[in-house]
Design a protein. Structure first.
Lengths: 193, 402
């Protein structure tokens, strides 16, 4: 794969919106001028079962359609997955892992068995509860991912996500505002400490 | 920066299924008959939503099986309607009997097909076993590497089918393309409508002022001539396919032919394949070229009619080729695409034909990685240099064999 291409793997549980997060992320990043792919891993889908979804982001057209085995970024929507799934598979010594947790990056690094520099934490569940009113960590984690990747335009992402939500939740403006606020907060609060 | 090829085009992020449904909405056929249930994919489900929302004036006929879906589509086409359907895998298999009838009656039906495995064992993931089995049914078969091609192929296939008086299926690789969201350019409704044009059937059963008989018994005296005409129509459709591609390029900017040549000008070794794996292969070709290995790729887009002479001419210049098939033939010899390619080489190039290997890969959605494809090229490199012999049997990629 080209050196400029970014590959992301999302870990969640069925029903938490890992697939939706990957789709939203791809659509939002497209509006900032990048080429994208978003695809879920399809298996027997059950509520609560560990699921994965994937993104590719690139400045040039993406032709490859093989699976992602060495992601530069891993997003973990549900911290209970750490005991159930090898979330650091293929991450190596350079990949970055973003965890939805109340623990510190040090504590998470110890648990994951990788260097502290590779670990980012954000309490996305708390942010979601306070902004959206429900524990739906996928939208805030989108903000955290944009921050950690670094060279993406957060305003472009916010505008596109807002436009998407406006279509979906026309009658519930509070849902739109809550989601947008959650992305902003996670973008600001995600940390490497 | 993502740019459009057509001045009025719009960049969107869509899955293969979404974009095929979008093409169907823009084509706005008179009738779509389908059975929207797994494994038929979301295409007709999304399309039925367009119908329900009044976004397309098509009459949607929800039938009770795929056999009925193809039967109803045939009936609509016979009546004089522009008729389409969509299916996948087992649903496609259930249409089997009617596929031959659609072709034999020379009906320009267009079908959106997602390539998925056939049971048993039960598997709904991507491979081309379903449509490869129907390669001799008398349908034009156009395979797509990605969402963009699926969209463009759908639009072109309507024109091709109607001019050739042959049914046409446009396919994508199941899940790998059908459920992958990626960047594509769509064109305004009005431009697609203009390109597709109005369907004016030469004969229509509902044209009661000019009655005619269709589907009658046809015995030793005429059946053979009609089947010859079907085969000839397939041969004649090659010209039509290129003409439509030419017009499409003039209108929308993207270039299409029977197949795409990637780094073939000075290639010494080449892979021939169909569908999404071709995109992955392009990345491998780039890597090998950077190392000085003269690798190339031919991605077949139009598999029926098979562009035998053209492909043989392009492959005659290389030293060794590998044909990668995403379907097995269970024939004790080789897989479908290899058989066509090698027959074309033998007929056109004789003893100047390159060494040719056959690999079956990806059945039931099994992974095909950059490394797997690179291994094939490295073997071809050795065959081309004479340090290894080409295999004389089907080889398998990424399968556990005891």
């Amino acid at each position: 794969m080209s050196a400029k291409m970014i590959e992301v793997r999302w870990h969640g549980r069925g029903g938490q919106g890992a697939k939706t997060a990957a789709l939203l992320f791809a659509q939002a990043v497209l509006t900032t001028g990048k080429y994208i792919q978003a695809f879920p891993e399809y298996g027997p889908e059950r509520m609560g079962a560990p699921v994965q979804s994937f993104n590719r982001v690139s400045d040039s057209p993406i032709t490859i359609h093989c699976s992602i085995t060495e992601p530069q970024f891993v997003v973990i929507l549900d911290p209970t997955l750490l005991d159930a799934v090898d979330v650091t598979e293929g991450v190596g010594t350079q990949g970055k892992v973003i965890v939805n947790t109340s623990f510190s990056a040090e504590e998470m690094a110890k648990k994951l068995g990788i260097a502290k520099e590779q670990v980012y934490v954000v309490n996305a569940s708390k942010i979601a509860e306070e902004t959206i009113g429900k524990n739906i960590p996928n939208t805030p984690m989108l903000g955290a991912l944009v921050k950690v990747i670094g060279n993406l335009d957060i305003n472009g992402v916010l505008n596109d996500t807002k436009a998407k939500l406006e279509v979906k939740f026309r009658s519930k403006p509070e849902v739109i505002e809550g989601n947008i606020a959650s992305i902003k907060r996670a973008y600001d609060e995600v940390k490497n400490s | 920066m993502v740019k459009t090829m057509f001045s009025k085009g719009k960049i969107v992020a869509k899955t293969g299924n979404e974009i095929m449904a979008e093409a169907m909405r823009q084509i706005a056929p008179d009738v779509v008959a389908a059975y929207p249930i797994t494994p038929a994919t979301e295409i007709v489900q999304i399309f039925s939503q367009f119908v329900a929302d009044g976004k397309v004036p098509t009459e949607f006929v929800a039938v009770e099986s795929e056999h009925s879906a193809m039967s109803a589509t045939i009936s609509a086409s016979v009546a004089g309607a522009r008729a389409m359907t969509g299916t996948s895998s087992q649903g496609f298999a259930l249409m089997w009997e009617m596929l031959y009838i659609a072709a034999g009656l020379r009906l320009p039906i267009v079908m959106a097909e997602v390539n998925r495995a056939l049971s048993a064992p039960i598997n709904i993931h991507g491979d081309q076993s379903d449509t490869m089995g129907a390669r001799d049914a008398g349908w034009i078969q156009i395979y797509s590497e990605n969402s963009q091609e699926a969209y463009d192929n759908m639009i072109q296939s309507v024109r091709i089918a109607e001019a050739a008086k042959l049914p046409a299926m446009v396919t994508t690789d199941g899940f790998i393309i059908s459920h992958c969201m990626e960047v594509a350019e769509v064109y305004p409704d009005a431009d697609v409508k203009e390109f597709v044009g109005e369907y004016k059937p030469e004969r229509a059963l509902l044209d009661y002022k000019r009655p005619f008989t269709l589907g009658a018994i046809d015995l030793q005296d005429y059946y053979f001539e009609h089947r010859y005409q079907l085969a000839q129509a397939m041969r004649d459709s090659k010209k039509i396919i290129l003409e439509v591609a030419d017009e499409f390029k003039k209108k929308f900017g993207r270039e299409y032919g029977f197949y795409e040549k990637y780094e073939m000008d000075d290639a010494e070794i080449a892979i021939v394949t169909i569908g999404s794996a071709a995109g992955t292969t392009k990345a491998v070709v780039d890597n090998l070229r950077a190392k000085g290995i003269k690798a190339g790729l031919i991605k077949i887009r139009v598999y029926r009619p098979f562009p035998a002479e053209e492909i043989a001419k392009d492959l005659s210049k290389v030293k060794a080729i590998a044909v990668l098939d995403r379907a097995d033939s269970c024939s004790a010899t080789f897989a479908p695409v290899y058989l066509d390619v090698v027959a074309a080489l033998y007929a056109n190039c004789g003893d100047k034909a390159p060494k040719a290997e056959n690999y079956v890969y990806g059945l039931g959605g099994r992974e095909i990685s950059l490394e797997h494809i690179e291994e094939v090229y490295m073997k071809l490199d050795a065959v081309a240099k004479g340090t290894k012999k080409a295999s004389t049997q089907v080889e398998y990629i990424n399968v556990r064999i005891k």
